[in-house]
Design a protein around this ligand. Structure first.
Ligand SMILES: *Cc1c(COP(=O)(O)O)cnc(C)c1O
Length: 250
């Protein structure tokens, strides 16, 4: 099987699993967007996936993306303008301007400082920056994002989080579209369910208190756990290995 065939075959398999999960959850297949995480893979792999119908791609490093995105354009011509690029990784503040310039949606907004910088550069560029707040609902120490483990019971934590959302909401040219999280690595995919459910509940609580935003996006679920994330309400799943194969590095 050629590399091209295998990307096509893998995408078909992912789509099957997405359809099954939507069926189990009584959701329409259109309610979930597949974001193909192309980090570490070349522009050619993106183009191949694009030819299979994928229109959303995720990258986690600014340096890598700033070379890959123009290269994809070279290879696909004006067609590639239909691609939506998602920043899914932690961003250093000195890279904020570049991120606003090359990405359409930022899933990984994890500090107020970064929000202020995105806002400033979006104002300067005369565009809106679409952002999702990354939150750590699992409490795992290795995870970035606004701390949110136990927000239902921990009043201080809840106040902190609500304060952050209030501050971010006041910044010009930022569009807050929802929440993103990463589940911990577990043995059984089923063990991720409480984490995804907690993200959805947090979204619902924020939506009640900040009705100026739609809160339409829940970015959760990766190769090892996306079917559970879909059952728990994911609208964006970020899938790398299941589409492009194993990464040589991370
Ligand atoms: C790499 C990465 C993914 C994709 O992970 P896979 O296990 O390859 O599907 C999703 N989200 C984030 C934030 C990532 O860094």
């Amino acid at each position: 099987m050629s590399a091209e065939n295998s990307i096509a075959a893998r995408i078909a398999a992912v789509r099957d699993q997405m359809r099954d999960a939507c069926e189990r959850a009584n959701r329409s297949t259109e309610s979930v967007t597949l974001v193909a995480v192309s980090k570490t893979h070349p522009a050619e792999a993106v183009v191949e996936a694009f030819k299979c119908g994928l229109r959303h791609f995720g990258e986690n490093r600014v340096e890598e993306a700033s070379q890959k995105i123009p290269r994809v354009r070279e290879l696909s011509g004006t067609e590639a303008e239909r691609i939506t690029w998602h920043m899914i990784g932690h961003v250093q503040s000195r890279k904020a301007e570049e991120v606003v310039g090359i990405f359409d949606t930022i899933h990984s907004l994890d500090t107020i400082k970064l929000a202020e910088r995105y806002s400033r550069f979006a104002v300067e560029a005369g565009k809106n920056a679409r952002v999702l707040l990354e939150v750590n609902v699992s409490g795992e120490e290795s995870k970035s994002g606004f701390e949110a483990a136990g927000w239902q019971h921990d009043t201080d934590l809840r106040n902190q989080l609500w304060d952050a959302v209030r501050k971010i909401s006041a910044l010009p040219h930022l569009r807050l579209e929802g929440l993103m999280t990463m589940a911990p690595i577990v043995e059984e995919m089923e063990q991720t369910r409480p984490v995804f459910a907690a993200l959805r509940q947090l979204r619902d609580a924020l939506a009640a208190d900040f009705p100026q935003w739609e809160w339409q996006s829940l970015s959760m679920g990766m190769t090892d756990d996306f079917p559970i994330a879909i059952e728990e309400g994911a609208t964006l799943i970020r899938v790398g290995r299941a589409i492009f194969g194993d990464r040589a590095y991370t």
